[in-house]
Design a protein around this ligand. Structure first.
Ligand SMILES: [Zn+2]
Length: 329
């Protein structure tokens, strides 16, 4: 039986338990941080806050948190490992590249058909992160992440998605996406990945909870994917009541086996710093699902079995790597 890779090593999938499938510990901006340190960032204080927050989550029944902070979001696995070593929840690292438009200059100059011609380094990076571990830490990535924003699948977004498809086929690690439901582009992501040999049941279309377009969401799931109802607390995009309403409607239609729940929250994000979050979106934190959302789902008639399906069974199925499928041709 394949293992799920965590910051603390491989785990039997049965040990994964209640899982938040799309969160962030620290979202940083290394070049800005180096030159213009953010006044609210204090590394040791942030580590203490992360440890306390994750321990509190454990006492609320959460057993695993997937950190989808990939390249482009200031991933620092060495730093997150200092948190992971001190907490009871399993943390899972990820690999991929977060860009909705273009990759950094290095990738414009280097790569297939570029000035410095050669294989795409992204493929090597993603596979190395999954098979050997990230940045010499030995922490192996348990998930691949790609992004398609409102600009759709640009040339560089396509490059990232192609590399992720190759890495998926080499490793069997699932792919999660950042999608833009406003343009229904989860369907474009599915078509792109399917063409590159990725079984859609191994793909999570993330941020799907930002829309109430049930026909679109059902189409994504009927195509085989799981959808991420993964932004509870982001009430500046859509209120939690309406997010709950969508999940309830889809559960009633029989889709509990293809939804996962999460917040896309962060202990610290330079993009939306703690002071802004505390004022504008106080529910956007990782205790929101256990404290507020699960009671609302129960009140609306979602059964314990359906909650278990979305919080435990689906994450376990998705996080367990599938057998190596050699690429043809
Ligand atoms: Zn995210």
């Amino acid at each position: 039986m394949a293992s799920v890779q965590t910051f603390s090593g491989p785990r039997d999938p049965a040990q994964i338990g209640v899982t938040l499938m799309h969160e962030h510990v620290f979202v940083l901006s290394p070049e800005l941080d180096l030159n213009f340190p953010h006044p609210e960032w204090d590394e040791s204080e942030a580590v203490e806050r992360a440890v306390a927050g994750l321990e509190a989550l454990h006492s609320l029944g959460i057993r695993t948190v997937v950190d989808l902070t990939v390249l482009g979001l200031g991933r620092d696995v060495r730093l997150v490992a200092t948190v992971a070593n001190r907490v009871s929840v399993n943390l899972i690292a990820s690999t991929g590249y977060y860009t909705g438009t273009a990759l950094p200059l290095t990738f414009q100059v280097q790569g297939p058909g570029r000035l410095i011609d050669g294989p795409d380094a992204l493929v090597e990076y993603f596979i190395r992160d999954i098979n050997d571990g990230i940045a010499g830490t030995g922490v192996r990535a348990g998930m691949l992440k790609v992004m398609t924003g409102k600009d759709g699948i640009t040339e560089d977004v396509a490059r990232v998605m192609t590399a992720a498809a190759v890495a998926h086929q080499e490793t069997g690690v699932p792919i999660t996406t950042h999608s833009h439901p406003g343009s229904r582009n989860g369907l474009d992501q599915q078509a792109f990945l399917r063409e590159r040999g990725v079984p859609l049941k191994r793909v999570i279309i993330g941020h799907s909870g930002d829309t109430e377009d049930l026909a679109y969401l059902r189409a994504l799931m009927d195509n085989g994917s799981t959808i991420g109802m993964d932004r509870f607390g982001m009430e500046h995009v859509l209120s939690d009541d309406r997010r709950v309403g969508t999940v309830v409607a889809l559960v009633k239609l029989g889709y509990a086996d293809r939804m996962v729940l999460s917040h896309d929250a962060a202990v610290f994000s330079r993009v939306t710093p703690p002071s802004w979050r505390a004022l504008a979106v106080p529910n956007w934190q990782m205790e929101n699902i256990p404290r507020r959302i699960l009671p609302l789902l129960r009140q609306a008639g979602v059964s314990e079995a359906e909650l278990e399906q979305m919080l435990v069974t689906n994450p376990m199925r998705l996080l367990t790597p599938t057998a190596h499928e050699p690429t043809v041709g």
